[in-house]
Design a binder for this molecule. Sequence first.
Ligand code: EPU
Length: 421
Amino acid sequence: MDYLKIQGPAHLSGKVKIQGAKNAALPLLALSIIARGKFTLTNLPDVADIATFLKLLGELGATYDKKAANEVVIDTKSITHQKATYDIVRTMRASILVLGPLLARFGYCEVSLPGGCAIGARPINLHIKALEAMGANITIEEGYIRAVAEDGLVGANITFDKITVTGSENAILAAALAKGTTHLYNVAKEPEVVQLCEELAKAGVMIKGIGTSMLEISGSEGELLEFAPIRVIPDRIEAGTYLCMGAITNDEISVEDICSHHLSAIIDKLEEIGFVLSVNETSITLHRAKELAPFSLTTGEYPAFPTDMQAQFMALATQCNGTSSIEEKLFENRLMHVSELQRLNANITTSGNTALIKGKSELVGTDVMATDLRASSALIIAALIARGESRVHRIYHLDRGYERLVEKLRGLGVEVSRERE
Ligand code: EPU
């Protein structure tokens, strides 16, 4: 296992080019299952979760050609298996995204139940409910979801009890190939969901309401779809993570190749803290703040403040002058980074899913352990300002979602190295 060694306090400067969005690329890889012929993705992030999803497609029988680090051409006509096994699903929950498209195309599939994870129980009942409404017969046997729809899926009216990103994506993917019209209510509006809908619309699927919480999708009645090459949208969470790095050291840095309107909630929060940002359509420059004011935030579904940025802002709160409050609303166990930040000398108390962070603390480098992807990036952010050396262990979590992290950090002037345990 590798760990990251970071020397603090760091001073950052320069620009960082942002990768394609992991959470947009994953449903787009699932989209390849309902494609006829070759399916090309560019601006594909070169991260472990993408490699895992490609491996899963390979296990189903698809072939793919990784043309370059950030480009893949997939051919799913050779799919012969409809089973996503436990071995792969347990390493990546997003494997559940094959459920809708496999069922829609083959009328049958099996997907291992993902189980809980470090940030909460994360059930998939809403994915199942949506597919059942479209006529699937679903049973859970021996840890597997077995879904059958012998005569294909049929359009239905579906209201999600709770907003779910991958649940919405599964339903959209299934509805695209179903017979008749599907109405989806209380759908997730995340930019990653929007891109999935836009690509389906470009392929000829009639979708009304893209970007809203109500979608009307007219299915292709089982006909596979043809797609022109798709460029994955920029990763708003990677961009936000780097902005937090510049913010915690209070240095001027720029993030490039982004879609800035996807970062509105993050920009607003940084401005509330005291930063001035120069925002263009595809780049943001964060300028130094005179003083960092405390803030409060509550996570929510897009366009509210993203849960995937909560941990990074908690690291930043340690350097604000006063008490900040952070409430996690989406996941029941997503404050695991608190105890690790405390190891770096942060002053944080929690009550339920709310953390109170008292600043400004002088952080001191030590050994810390990553628990999930975004918690890990919070530890990197804190380590940048901590005095002395920090060693962030279990960085395989970071490899799942941050492309060329060490290289990008070095490019910004951070003294960092990847070491073997
Ligand atoms: N939920 C249910 N039942 C379901 C589905 C979800 O109760 O059937 C609940 C969840 O337990 C949670 C809430 O609904 O409390 C929202 O979960 P959601 O389904 O939206 O999460 P997800 O689709 O599993 C995606 C991202 C996560 C991100 C969340 C929230 C992907 C591949 N993953 O997960 O990203 O945190 O949406 O925005 O898109 C990450 O990138 O680090 C990451 C965890």
